[in-house]
Design a protein around this ligand. Structure first.
Ligand code: 5BU
Length: 259
């Protein structure tokens, strides 16, 4: 049972190098918190990263919503990732025929350790992204998270779609480090990580379809290995304190799950 096994033990089953290093980081930092750094400018992105860096295992970006995101921004982000020991995930959700996804991913593969992709175009999205990684130094240490399910109201992700997505993780275990999903039964093997967005202590949702749960529910019931918190951390007056609080609650929920 995946949910009863520690991250230390699950690391031994990881076939993707990125998943293995994620397990290491999570254990070293006692953190299963991913912050979604959804801020409007490059300056704010670096500022928020410095504030939350100590508390996270993954920094998730949407670099295309950041004004003046430049190569220098990427270099600074990578320095912070090294300093604070976290991985950078560009949540670009690639969803194209392989040849285009390869070209799109080449734009971010230089600085992102992890990227997200939809599975709707079929399994060849995975080797396409692997090809984009392969042109980078240490490209074989990068990984993909496939979106099996979404957190938003009315989304079209059926159980069959989620299952077919999980099968792609089995097909390409060296490249698919994890699945983005909302239910505990989707993840097909012990070495694959479950990333789950939609976490907020203050509110149940937003006005555009987002749906939130608490850390306890997301980790304990929905099966998240890593939970994503965006506005619950980046839109409050003290993001560092909020990050520390979510880190503590999420890690406690993981320990409770093991017990
Ligand atoms: P929030 O501010 O905590 O709502 O941010 C959630 C983040 O997670 C945001 O960057 C979304 O792009 C991302 N997300 C999500 O909310 N739901 C999903 O199903 C997926 C990604 Br996939």
């Amino acid at each position: 049972d995946r949910l009863k096994l520690s991250f230390e033990k699950r690391k031994q089953f990881a076939k993707s190098a990125a998943a293995a290093s994620l397990f290491d980081i999570m254990v070293a930092k006692n953190s299963n918190l991913c912050v979604a750094a959804d801020v409007p400018t490059a300056e704010k992105l670096l500022e928020i990263t410095k504030l939350v860096g100590p508390y996270i295992c993954v920094l998730k970006t949407h670099h295309d919503i950041v004004d003046n995101f430049t190569d220098d921004t990427a270099v600074e982000l990578q320095k912070l990732a090294k300093k604070f020991n976290f991985l950078i995930m560009e949540d670009r959700k690639f969803a194209e025929i392989g040849s285009i996804a390869l070209k799109q991913a080449s734009k971010v593969a230089g600085w992102a350790d992890l990227v997200t992709a939809h599975s709707n175009a079929g399994p060849d999205i995975v080797p396409a992204l692997r090809s984009a990684f392969s042109t980078c130094p240490e490209g074989d240490k990068k990984g993909v998270f496939l979106v099996a399910e979404m957190s938003s109201k009315g989304n079209l992700h059926s159980p069959e779609y989620a299952k077919a997505t999980a099968n792609m993780a089995i097909l390409y275990p060296e490249v698919v480090s994890g699945l983005v999903c909302q239910s505990p039964s989707v993840v097909p093997s012990l070495g694959v990580l479950q990333l789950t967005p939609g976490v907020n202590l203050e509110t149940k949702g937003d006005s555009l379809g987002q749906q939130y749960n608490t850390p306890e529910v997301v980790v304990g019931e929905k099966g998240a290995d890593i939970a994503v918190v965006g506005r619950g951390i980046v839109s409050v007056s003290d993001p560092a304190a909020a990050a520390q609080k979510y880190q503590t609650l999420l890690w406690q929920a993981y320990l409770n799950r093991l017990a």
